[in-house]
Design a protein around this ligand. Structure first.
Ligand SMILES: Cc1ncc(COP(=O)(O)O)c(C=O)c1O
Ligand SMILES: [Zn+2]
Length: 364
């Protein structure tokens, strides 16, 4: 198992602390898991790490760090829609899937302090797992981040720096610190181990249902759930567990949609856009650093991008709350986008939507 540069193909040991290749390319993990097989799932482990035989893990440091993340239920909403309750997590969002793996890796290679930028949820997750691992942590969030997310980060003992300006600028400020001070970048976009965690979203769905629904609704900001899901679906397909690739319905906001626009224009790279504010703070990514990779998967598998209409997000949130499901604004965008998709394409049965962030996070 090694890192390989996505641009120049240079190889590097996974114990490196370099956030990316010297050429500027992001690392990918060169790891081919064994053929997926439910019989090989570690049934003694009651967390997403039960899939450890299929995850690229450098060590078993996760055993001391896991907080039972994953194993989230699938709940029927109505005759067409299933909800995967990924906010039933230690820090109340799906980001725990990736953060548990990244922080376990940092611990295994002896890192004593990490930095990370986030719209809030990835920062919450990294701060919590660092607290558990005894690793120092500094999180950068953009101004306007939900105060509850900032409170959670600080409660775990991390420093939380609020950066004026956009989410993309916040990432630039954090990355400058990484470059200047050599801090370890426990980042959900750059660090390839994060995706080994988000892959488990799909493994779980398959173990729970013994099949993959025909349609999967996935939000895409930096695409960490999207990329993990695509990797895992390709693994399931290669193992003969699924015959057909599901229809992926990827969503972005109307005010920040560089990937949706790239798909419409047939581009290989994210379109150049200037984001304007959205209440779906978690997907407000104007420059997704793995955009090329996301678009390559999207073209290969016929992914359809759809907008979450800004003026329908609160209504979608209220509709789900009215059925007992209380999610944050960014996650309500997933349901708003599904409804939009049905308006455009007609009734869409057998759809699984991720409920990936808890409602209390965005209440203020
Ligand atoms: C609740 C929620 N949904 C979706 C996303 C989007 O994830 P990504 O940027 O990895 O695509 C985030 C990211 O912070 C989030 O917090
Ligand atoms: Zn390189």
């Amino acid at each position: 198992m090694e890192f390989v540069c996505s641009v120049c193909q240079k190889r590097e040991s996974v114990i490196t602390r370099k956030p990316k290749c010297d050429c500027g390319g992001l690392w990918k993990l060169d790891f081919t898991p064994p053929r997926f097989d439910l019989d090989k799932v570690d049934k003694t482990e009651w967390s997403m790490f039960r899939y450890h035989p299929f995850m690229g893990l450098y060590s078993d440091a996760w055993r001391d760090i896991s907080m039972g993340e994953g194993m989230t239920p699938i709940v029927r909403l109505d005759e067409n829609v299933l909800l995967k309750m990924d906010y039933f997590m230690p820090t109340l969002s799906f980001k725990d899937r990736g953060a548990a793996v990244v922080v376990a890796h940092a611990k295994a290679i002896g890192v004593d302090k990490v930095v990370q930028d986030s719209s809030g949820n990835a920062g919450n997750a990294v701060a919590a797992y660092c607290a558990r691992a005894g690793i120092g942590c500094e999180i950068f969030v953009p101004e306007g981040t939900s105060p509850k997310k900032i409170d959670m980060i600080r409660a775990h003992g991390a420093t939380c720096t609020v950066v004026p300006g956009s989410r993309d600028h916040c990432a630039d400020v954090c990355r400058a610190k990484v470059d200047q001070e050599g801090a370890y970048y426990a980042n959900h976009v750059y660090n390839p181990f994060f995706y080994e965690g988000t892959k488990t979203y799909i493994y779980e769905v398959y173990e729970q249902l013994r099949r993959i629904p025909a349609n999967l609704v996935i939000p895409v900001g930096n695409g960490t759930l999207f990329l993990g899901a695509m990797k895992a679906l390709e693994e399931l397909e290669a193992a003969g567990c699924i015959d057909t690739f599901p229809q992926i319905i990827a969503l972005q906001t109307e005010t920040c949609d560089p990937l949706l626009q790239a798909m419409e224009q047939g581009l290989d790279e994210p379109a150049h856009i200037t984001p304007t504010p959205t209440i779906a703070e978690g997907i407000a990514i104007g420059r997704p650093m793995r955009g090329k990779e996301i678009l390559a998967y999207a073209k290969k598998h016929g992914v359809r991008f759809v907008h979450a209409p800004e003026d329908r997000i609160l209504e979608a949130r209220a509709a789900l709350a009215g059925k007992g499901v209380y999610i944050e604004h960014t996650t309500a965008a997933n349901y708003a986008a599904y409804r939009r998709y049905c308006e455009l394409c007609g009734p869409t049965p057998d759809t699984l939507i991720t409920m990936c962030g808890a409602g209390l996070k965005s209440d203020h």
